[in-house]
Write a protein that binds this ligand. Sequence first.
Ligand code: ATP
Length: 378
Amino acid sequence: MTSTQTRADPILRIESVTKSFGSFTAVRDVSLEVGEGEFVTLLGPSGCGKSTLLRMIAGFEQPTSGAIRMRGQDISQQAAYDREIGMVFQNLALFPHLNVFDNVAFGLRARRRTEGIDRKVREMLALVGLEGFETRGTAQISGGQRQRVALARSLVTSPDILLLDEPLSALDLKLRRQLQGELKRIQQDTGITFIFVTHDQEEALSMSDRIAVMNAGRVEQFGSAVDTYHRPQTEFVARFVGETNLLRGQVHAADAARVTLRLDGLAAPVAVAVPLPAGETPPGQGDPVAISVRPEHVELGRPGLHTCEARVTSHSFSGATITYALDSAAGPLLARVPFQPGQGHPLPDGQSVSAGWPDEAVTLIPDQPGHDTTDKEI
Ligand SMILES: Nc1ncnc2c1ncn2[C@@H]1O[C@H](COP(=O)(O)OP(=O)(O)OP(=O)(O)O)[C@@H](O)[C@H]1O
């Protein structure tokens, strides 16, 4: 611990960081705290500023304003090689003229380490499952194995933080899913703080302790994977992280415990009771709001729910579930329902059904006037 560090200091604190390139602002007023040993993911569409933020943490770019602190110390102006931060890139940049062992040993030799290189490199190769590959050239191993070498090469110098910029995006889906699990295991085994960049929401949900969802240079929400999916705070987050139904309406009544809404478009006014998040001020009567209901929480033909009449317009079968596209008075709806063997055939197009959802499946999203709700692009 240094003289400027206190026990409460997180390993990384980003304070109101903005980065502009000429008149274009790539990262806007971002503040984040990352705890020791956390797996944090920056998630967002192409061009939202994820890599720029990561490059500022690494020291390859300087913030235009704001500060980046590591254990309390401002590192914003410190050179990249003076930071105890490793980085794994999307394009691996392994040294083609060096074999696997020498690629992994590179960082130790560059730091003029002379002792324990052999032991440390073999330890790293065992960690990433590449024992026995020491003398292979980088052209004699697969894409997934190359990515493991890149990871071992970044971990060998025992960085305090490892930054990973879309390290799995060049791999096919099956290998990608396998390496996601391995990366998570390696992060837990080593206890190193990981900051991972991806535009793949499933990847982010399956690996992260916390996710920072970015849109147009800003962090829209920073929270656990479960909250990001089940409690989106903005329309952008609700749409970008998974599929959702966004229904609009006005506040009918609100108190500290509940908010009741009337949804637009329904002939008979239907009230939807929504529990208000703790500590939040209730919205006023007549305020415009939206609700998010995930397709898997929309149930068809079940009595006792808040329902609206709907008509099937199409369906897609995916083995365990069927996703119905529905036309309802409240707008288009998606319903994803389990499909049991022996259940017969899916509901035909044109079939009338009542669609409903339980109270606890509803997330209230306050109206955000002028807010950018850029659609997801993956
Ligand atoms: N050196 C630069 N000069 C000018 N503009 C830049 C520079 N670096 C990044 N940008 C712009 O900043 C914006 C954010 O880029 P960034 O690479 O951070 O996005 P990203 O979210 O990582 O996207 P992707 O997922 O496509 O890599 C983009 O519009 C990009 O064109």
